[in-house]
Design a protein around this ligand. Structure first.
Ligand code: F0G
Length: 450
């Protein structure tokens, strides 16, 4: 490892260790907290040794027209800001990142916002934002000659890990909660050749089991406690800044599950500001499902000082997490950027997802909490009409087709959940209609949809 370029700093007690000294569970030996990758060199170097913002911006744009695999990756294109490998030749890439930033004109208009965008991380190779973190941490695993990698997952991390491990020729072990992940994600882990174990527990239980396993066997842990994951996951911040011509949006809204993603994006913006690439950072808000809202409770009860785990329950299975590992890091991002933290109901999630679908984008349920949260923030006057807002859509709509079909058939929500929202639901639901195989019958069906 390039330990002279980076080190790990404990988020809790501030202790610094080299990457090679990290324990298999990536917890600090002194206080048990998580580590963050730190590039001490940046602040120590002076003059010509410091990364030059103008030159970096030029270099990163130039790489977009390069034929090199590393340059075509939207993560490694920014490799000057993630010097975590000894040799970039060890990077395992599926050309992740470089995801589209879409405008959302219809939803924007309905909310009275001129500048509403979706950064669609579901457009990554395995269909979720996890690919950006996985290319980083799996490359570290390869550089360190691990044969096995593993993660506990609600589905997307496992899909990404299995794919990148397969590319690198490593074996992968997936622990998932039985019956609580979307089929598309389970199918991916199998297809990419992981050893997939469905445990009779929830995500938090899978994490507990895996944490013990990695202390007993030489298996590299790829959950987001692994700080190298966050180095990859910070790069969408660079892409967003680049898309805004380095003037950053006012507000970025992300879903909250295990809480690494909000933390990673906050780190990305903070580092860009420190290096003089951007003048300010956006407000970063984190939205959780009402049934899986430990960070919302923590912010409400103790301003993010303490967090009580909850028994998590939501149909947005990706974020069905009651004991999130990165809660301290996420709380700091909220505090530093002035972001909001709130929760949304199952009905709000389902309706927001259908609206994102109707924009021609689509996303998985967990991603839709961002729009559901934005609606509340707008209603409370916490987002101004002139604010530029980016929703981070974390997963592709095909990840969880069952949810979408159940919604449009009207079988997803209970009567109680539908109560008071009937007309809006009727406007959004688009069930498939059984029609005779004649032109006349199809044209007759169109009449109802003038
Ligand atoms: N959105 C999607 C689609 C996810 O899969 C996840 C997390 C999140 C949001 C939340 O991100 O955990 O960084 O706060 N999925 C995990 C997994 C944990 O195992 O795939 P977070």
């Amino acid at each position: 490892m390039n330990d002279n370029l980076h080190q790990l700093r404990c988020f809790g007690c501030g202790d610094r260790i080299s990457g090679a000294e990290a324990r298999p569970n990536f917890r600090c030996a002194k206080c048990g907290d998580l580590f963050e990758v730190e590039y001490a060199g940046w602040s120590q170097r002076r003059g010509h040794d410091r990364p030059n913002p103008g030159a970096l911006k030029w270099l990163w744009r130039e790489r977009r027209s390069s034929a090199e695999a590393l340059d075509q990756s939207g993560v490694w294109r920014f490799r000057e800001l993630l010097p975590i490998l000894d040799n970039f030749g060890n990077a395992v890439t599926l050309r992740e990142g470089n995801t589209p930033l879409y405008s959302m004109p219809r939803i924007g208009r309905s909310l009275g916002l001129d500048q509403l965008f979706a950064k669609h991380q579901g457009m990554n190779p395995t269909g979720s934002f996890k690919d950006t973190g996985m290319t980083a941490a799996l490359s570290v695993a390869r550089e360190r000659n691990f044969e096995w990698v593993a993660c506990a997952s609600t589905g997307n991390t496992s899909a990404a890990m299995a794919a990148y491990a397969a590319r690198a020729g490593l074996r992968s072990l997936v622990l998932i909660p039985e019956g609580k992940i979307a089929w598309g994600k389970l199918a991916q882990a199998m297809d990419y050749g992981a050893v997939t174990c469905q445990l009779k527990t929830d995500f938090d239980g899978c994490v507990r089991v895996l944490t013990q396993i990695v202390q007993e066997a030489p298996i590299y842990l790829l959950n987001s406690v692994n700080p190298f994951r966050l180095e990859g996951q910070k790069t969408p911040a660079f892409e967003i800044a680049e898309a805004f011509d380095w003037a950053v949006p006012d507000h970025l809204i992300v879903p909250g599950g295990n809480l690494a993603n909000g933390a990673a994006l906050g780190k990305g913006f903070r580092e860009m500001q420190e290096l003089g690439l951007v003048a300010r950072v956006p407000r970063i808000s984190v939205i959780q499902a009402e049934g899986a809202n430990p960070l919302v409770r923590s912010m409400r009860q103790s301003q993010g000082e303490t967090m009580e785990p909850v028994d998590a329950n939501t149909r947005a299975t990706a974020i069905r997490i009651g004991n999130p590992a990165s809660w301290r890091k996420a709380a700091r991002v909220l505090q530093e950027t002035g972001g909001w933290c709130l929760d949304v109901t199952e009905t709000e999630i389902a309706m927001a997802k259908a609206e994102i679908g109707a924009e021609g984008l689509g996303c998985e349920p967990a991603s839709a909490v961002t729009l559901a949260g934005l609606k509340k923030l707008r209603a409370d006057g916490k987002v101004a009409p002139t604010d530029s807002v980016v929703l981070l859509l974390t997963g592709h709509t095909l990840k969880d087709a069952d949810y979408t079909i159940d919604f449009h058939r009207g079988t997803l929500l209970t009567d109680q959940e539908k109560a008071g929202h009937e007309s809006e639901l009727a406007r959004l639901q688009r069930n498939a209609i059984a029609v005779d195989a004649t032109p006349a019958a199809v044209l007759a069906a169109l009449k109802g949809h003038a």
